[in-house]
Design a protein around this ligand. Structure first.
Ligand code: GLN
Length: 279
C-alpha cells in the first residue's frame, strides 16, 4: 500500500530534510540516492520519474537520517575520491579533503616522475597521501606511518585494491622509521586547536586525526622536532596546517634549522602547506 514516489520527489524531500544540517544538502541527497539505487548519479537526471522499490526507499531514508544526524556522506558511501584515486574510508580515518591535494602537488613539484626517492607519509590515515604519491612516482619507495592499527587496516586495504606498493608501519610519526634515511617527509597531522568551535561539524571523524593541543600545533611541533633525525641532507619536510598557522609553522621550521622555508596556498587562497629542506 505504499504510494508511488519518483526520484525527483525523493530528492526534493531529502533536500528539505537536510537543509540547515548540511551545507551541501542537494549534492548529499543525490550521492546518497544514487548509492541506494546502486546507479551512477547521472541516472537521477536521466530518469527523474523512476519509481524505486520500497527497499531502495528505505535504504535512502536511513542514509538521509544518518546524514541529518551528522554522519558524513563518505562514511555512508564507504569511499571518497582523492587525487583521482577511489579510496575506502571508515570512521577510523579522517576523510581526505580536497585541500590536501596541495600537499601531494607540493611533493610532486619537487621530484621527477622517475624519482627513486624514499618518501614517508606520517599519520597516513586512509593512506590517501602515500597512495597518491605512489601512483604518480612509480619508482619511489613510499612508506606510511600511523599510530592507529584500525587506520592502517584501511590504508593497507586501499593499497591492495589500487595495486600500489606502500609499506605501512605502526607508530607515532617518525618513530617506526627507525634510523632510515628519507628524502621526503610529508604529513597532514591533526592541527585543529582544542575547543575550536569548527570541531562540532567534525564530530564523526577521529579526534586524534583532528585535534592537537591548545593551538593545534603540538603534532606539527613534534614532527618538525623529530624529522632532522630521519631526513637526509637536502631532504624535504612538507606539512599541511591550518589556514592561520603558516607563520607559526615557518618559524618552527626555521628554528629547527630548515632552509628554503616557504608556504603554498590552497584553493581558498589560505596558506595551507609549509615546507623546507634540511641543509
Ligand atoms: N582540514 C581539516 C578541517 O579542518 C582538519 C584536518 C587536520 O587536522 N589534519 O576540516
Amino acid at each position: 500500500m505504499s504510494e508511488s514516489v519518483d526520484l525527483q520527489a525523493m530528492l526534493r524531500a531529502a533536500r528539505e530534510q537536510l537543509a540547515g544540517r548540511s551545507d551541501s544538502a542537494g549534492l548529499d541527497a543525490e550521492l546518497l540516492l544514487a548509492a541506494a539505487l546502486g546507479k551512477p548519479r547521472s541516472f537521477l537526471y536521466a530518469w527523474p520519474d523512476h519509481q524505486p522499490t520500497s527497499s531502495v526507499r528505505e535504504r535512502f531514508a536511513d542514509s538521509i537520517r544518518a546524514r541529518a544526524a551528522g554522519q558524513p556522506v563518505a562514511y555512508t558511501l564507504g569511499s571518497k575520491e582523492f587525487f583521482g584515486l577511489d579510496l575506502a574510508v571508515t570512521p577510523a580515518v579522517l576523510i581526505p579533503r580536497p585541500d590536501t591535494e596541495l600537499l601531494v602537488e607540493q611533493v610532486l613539484e619537487r621530484l621527477d616522475a622517475g624519482s627513486t626517492a624514499t618518501i614517508a607519509d606520517l599519520g597516513t590515515g586512509s593512506g590517501a597521501v602515500a597512495l597518491a604519491l605512489a601512483r604518480h612516482l612509480p619508482a619511489a619507495r613510499v612508506l606510511g606511518t600511523d599510530s592507529s592499527a584500525e587506520a592502517l587496516k584501511v590504508a593497507r586495504a586501499n593499497a591492495r585494491e589500487l595495486r600500489l606498493e606502500v609499506d605501512f608501519l605502526r607508530g607515532d610519526w617518525c618513530a617506526p622509521l627507525g634510523d632510515a634515511s628519507v628524502d621526503v617527509l610529508v604529513a597532514n597531522p591533526p592541527y585543529v586547536a582544542e575547543g575550536d568551535p569548527h570541531l562540532a561539524e567534525l564530530a564523526a571523524e577521529p579526534l586524534a586525526a583532528l585535534v592537537s593541543g591548545p593551538e593545534g600545533l603540538d603534532a606539527l611541533r613534534t614532527i618538525i622536532g623529530q624529522s632532522p633525525r630521519v631526513l637526509r641532507t637536502g631532504g624535504w619536510l612538507v606539512l599541511e596546517h591550518g589556514f592561520d598557522q603558516g607563520g607559526a609553522v615557518r618559524t618552527l621550521l626555521a628554528e629547527a634549522g630548515f632552509s628554503g622555508v616557504t608556504s603554498a596556498r590552497d584553493l581558498g587562497g589560505h596558506e595551507r602547506v609549509s615546507l623546507g629542506h634540511r641543509p
